[in-house]
Design a protein around this ligand. Sequence first.
Ligand SMILES: *Cc1c(COP(=O)(O)O)cnc(C)c1O
Length: 223
Amino acid sequence: MNTATDRLANVMNDIRAAETEHSRPTGSVTLIAVSKTFDAEAIRPALVAGHRVFGENRVQEAMGKWPGLREEFDGIELHLIGPLQSNKAKEAVQTFDVIHTVDRPKIAKALKTEMDKQGRDLPCFIQVNTGEEPQKAGIAPKDVDAFIKDCKENIGLAIVGLMCIPPVDEAPGEHFALLEKIAARNGLSQISMGMSSDYQTAVGFGATHVRVGSAIFGSRDYT
Ligand SMILES: *Cc1c(COP(=O)(O)O)cnc(C)c1O
């Protein structure tokens, strides 16, 4: 059991088991297979196995491999899970179906402008910096309620949920709990949290989308 297809099936089984364990409806958690750094060749087996929901963290990299894969396979849903620069908004809206990393008004406005131009109304998640780490993207927890309101009421972006990446050196549970609380008080139904090391935990805290990379595709080579 060590091909990407086997590992994908294992992760999916783990998610279904975690749903049952935490009294979540079966199928309430979507697995985003994070294929960053892997080429079309490495991704194709997961598509052949029937998986359709993928995540990438760089616009440029996604533009290089996904248009070709979309020609080969129908029904692909591609999620942008990495930081976005406003000068890449056009390409992001062209390339992706869901954006997880809206974290400041400038990005929200740039995305809205592009969506209007392209006639594409993409669902968006707001990234929250739950650990308040200076080097990490995401809006501070204290500012998030006002930002959600601004995005919905003034900017006109379709905000569907929240996303977080907990600090690497902390137990993720309290970050997942915080994100769930912020989502609930703002009436947002979707929560993007949980990666290879903690997706089962995230299901217990109400994740609707887990983003799993290395547990499916293997360790990444950045050289
Ligand atoms: C790379 C990445 C993931 C997947 O990480 P793994 O630990 O390989 O599962 C999830 N979310 C984001 C934002 C990422 O950049």
